[in-house]
Design a protein around this ligand. Structure first.
Ligand SMILES: [Zn+2]
Length: 704
């Protein structure tokens, strides 16, 4: 998915018993219990029915539990082969069913599938706990780890060993019983507090409504926005009126278009005060307790701060490295943001008004300025972006870079008629893997765009297992005799997901756990985001951006406008984002487990960097769900970290040529093929010859 991603959890599995009789009768007809007898062994979709999942999950967990016991009870001294490699080989059935279910629950879900997911979740988490809390198993892994220097392991084997070992240690395996009990207590309290934090925000979002009664208060709003507000009013029992809420699709257009300044202020202030109203939904006490407990846990596990604990696994490694990046970007971004504020203020004066620009004015005047400067007709643009052409454009780039061929096949099973299946081959014709593209929306599919795998690449006992990858989107379907014509944003999204697909397809790893996209969060978007850079290159546009009727290549002026519009308001966007990243890091580099006044803390944090009053940090602490409820604590920086990487990496092509073969081969070997087998910074430096620099990103965002 763009920005968020399903990372495969090799051990995230479950256990349950099932009567012998039930097992045998179902085994015979359950396709998960035998080898997939299809072209390239893709899942036999026409044979799989929903009844097959639960028995396969349960049997898969039972099998793995048996395998784990055998590994833990092995009478021989622990070795890499009889412990780590054995762990890697365990749970094959569970993985098989998890992969298929995971993909289809995203693309072809229904109530029953969601019930199965709900039923399986606690079983899987118990199964995982049973593995992670197996003391004998940990002692064997530790046994191998302690003698790792003498074992003559390959780099990949070393990484695998470290990964398993750290998983256990970070879960508290090395602590004494008293500390283990303390850790469990902290974890439990944290899980309740973070859950409560998220629930409060959800309720805050739903509680507020701005009911508009007079038609003149709709001034400036486009018809589609008004219609949406009328529908929302009807749903909420205010028929004949209009309702706006704090949900972004409702609030943002209001801020962009409403001429009623006092109403913009009202909704904006409600938004930025969520979780901060000193009532039952207030999150201030929750979040300061969360931050304090995280410090306590980090200290217990031997880390100075929570950020040190989290970042250890990321490319960034240490809080200093994150701060260093944020600081480098902050000054130039703030400078541009101030310039933008000046332009907006000038526009206010030009309208004959004399108020000072406030945060609730920014969206409104930015929209006006954008319209005046670079009006882009979405509908005109679309005519140059026929879906099949765009997809072939992405294939063309992969062909020019890596020699890959994409051959559409109609003899490979698929799970929906809208899906297309491609065999991917090397230049010499040898088989790489299979790519499923599933681009159209339907009721059974979740929103957004993402990449996933029916099967990841790895090598088992020297035998190559080829990847089966999917790319999903929700792009415009063909309508009224016209082919599927997609927006420019969707063109970028298609290339982006295709980049993730290449990461999965070109993976060349021994172990499943390290292969393909199984890399740290601040590294995983490099292969995807770099692909977006080819989208607007004239040489590539000539291949794919042709008018769907006339075949005329997209005019230069239009491309120019797209590029310029991409720089618009980037000072604001970057500053708003960076301020939130600083705030995240500040909360998680506390060294003392002490509860603080969140608002005072936040003010100090933002004052320190000099945030201007016209811009509010993208997430204020009481509703910063990413870090206090989601999994992004000390990780909000990773979006821009990945952008620095992709801009800097693409520079290597610009310094040579767009399809320079030496650079492409180096990117393939060091990044795409390597998966998670080695430290990402080592891999990156091997490709680029140096650590990434921020200059290319500053240029790309128009901040320099
Ligand atoms: Zn992505």
């Amino acid at each position: 998915m763009k920005k968020s991603f399903l990372l495969f959890i090799a051990l995230g599995l479950l256990f349950l018993t099932c009567s012998k009789k039930e097992e045998t009768s179902k085994k015979e007809e359950n396709p998960f219990f035998s080898k997939f007898n299809t072209v390239f062994n893709v899942p036999p979709f026409d044979e799989i029915s929903e009844e097959h999942y639960m028995p396969a999950f349960k049997e898969g967990m039972r099998q793995q539990q048996e395998e784990i016991v055998a590994i833990a009870d092995n009478p021989n001294p622990p070795s890499f082969e009889n412990t780590l490699e054995a762990l890697e080989k365990s749970g094959a059935l569970l993985q098989k069913v998890s992969n298929v279910f995971g993909v289809l629950n995203g693309s072809m879900t229904n109530d029953h599938m969601q019930e199965i997911a709900k039923e399986a979740a606690p079983l899987r988490s118990k199964h995982r706990d049973d593995i992670m809390l197996n003391e004998k198993l940990f002692q064997r892994i530790k046994g191998v780890y302690d003698q790792r220097d003498k074992l003559d392991l390959t780099v990949e084997q070393n990484t695998l060993l470290e990964k398993y070992y750290k998983d256990f240690v970070r879960g508290g395996a090395n602590l004494d019983e008293e500390k283990k009990a303390k850790l469990r207590e902290i974890n439990q309290e944290l899980s309740l507090l973070t859950l409560k934090f998220g629930e409060n925000i959800l309720k805050e979002n739903n509680r507020f409504e701005m009911v508009i009664e007079k038609e003149e208060d709709l001034a400036g709003l486009p018809q589609a926005v008004i219609t949406g507000a009328a529908e929302a009013a009807k749903e909420r029992g205010h028929e004949g009126k209009w309702v706006f809420t704090l949900h972004k699709p409702s609030m943002i257009p209001f801020l962009q278009y409403s001429e009623r300044r006092e109403l913009r202020e009202k909704i904006f202030k409600a938004y930025i005060n969520r979780g901060n109203n000193n009532d039952e939904l207030d999150n201030k006490a929750n979040l300061s307790k969360i931050a304090a407990l995280r410090v306590e846990r980090a200290n217990l596990l031997g880390y100075k701060t929570h950020a040190d604990f989290v970042l250890e696994l990321n490319m960034a490694k240490k809080p200093e490295n994150v701060y260093n990046l944020l600081n480098q970007l902050w000054k130039p971004a703030l400078k541009i943001a101030k310039k933008e504020a000046g332009e907006l203020q000038a526009m206010i004066h030009k309208e004959g008004k004399d108020f000072e620009l406030q945060p609730w004015d920014w969206w409104y005047y930015a929209e006006k300025l954008k319209k005046a400067k670079y009006e882009l007709e979405e509908e005109v643009l679309r005519q140059y972006f026929k879906l099949e052409n765009v997809r072939d454009g992405a294939f063309y780039v992969a062909n020019k870079l890596y020699g890959l061929q994409f051959i559409e096949r109609d003899d490979i099973p698929k799970y929906h008629e809208d899906v297309k299946v491609f065999e991917v081959k090397e230049a010499d014709g040898s088989h790489v893997g299979v790519l499923y593209t599933d681009y159209f929306p339907r009721a059974s599919k979740r929103g957004g765009a993402w990449m996933n795998s029916f099967r990841k690449q790895y090598r088992l006992d020297g035998k190559e297992v080829h990847p089966v990858i999917t790319n999903n989107g929700n792009f415009s379907k063909p309508t009224g005799g016209k082919p599927a014509l997609i927006s420019f944003e969707d063109v970028s999204t298609l290339f982006h997901e295709f980049g993730h697909a290449l990461h999965g397809l070109l993976s060349d790893c021994t172990y499943n756990r390290l292969s393909g996209t199984s890399v740290p969060r601040d590294f995983v978007e490099l292969p995807s985001q770099i692909m977006e850079n080819w989208v607007t290159e004239p040489e590539v546009l000539r291949v794919y951006a042709k008018h769907y009727e006339t075949g005329e290549v997209i005019p230069h002026e239009l491309v120019d406008k797209i590029k310029k519009a991409a720089h618009f308001n980037q000072g604001f966007a970057t500053v708003e984002y960076l301020a939130a990243s600083f705030l995240d890091m500040d909360w998680h580099t506390l060294t003392e487990a002490k509860e603080l006044d969140p608002i005072e803390f936040e003010n100090k944090s933002l004052e320190k960097i000099g945030l201007i009053p016209e811009i509010v940090v993208r997430y204020r602490s009481p509703y910063f769900n990413h870090i206090f409820s989601g999994g992004y604590s000390s990780g909000y920086y990773s979006y821009i970290w990945a952008e620095v990487l992709d801009a800097d990496a693409f520079e290597a092509f610009k310094e040579t040529s767009l399809f320079d073969q030496k650079t492409a081969l180096s990117f393939r070997r060091n990044i795409l093929e390597a998966g998670g087998t080695e430290d990402p910074m080592v891999l990156y430096k091997r490709f680029r010859g140096a650590e990434p620099k921020v200059e290319s990103l500053l240029k790309k965002r128009g901040l320099k």
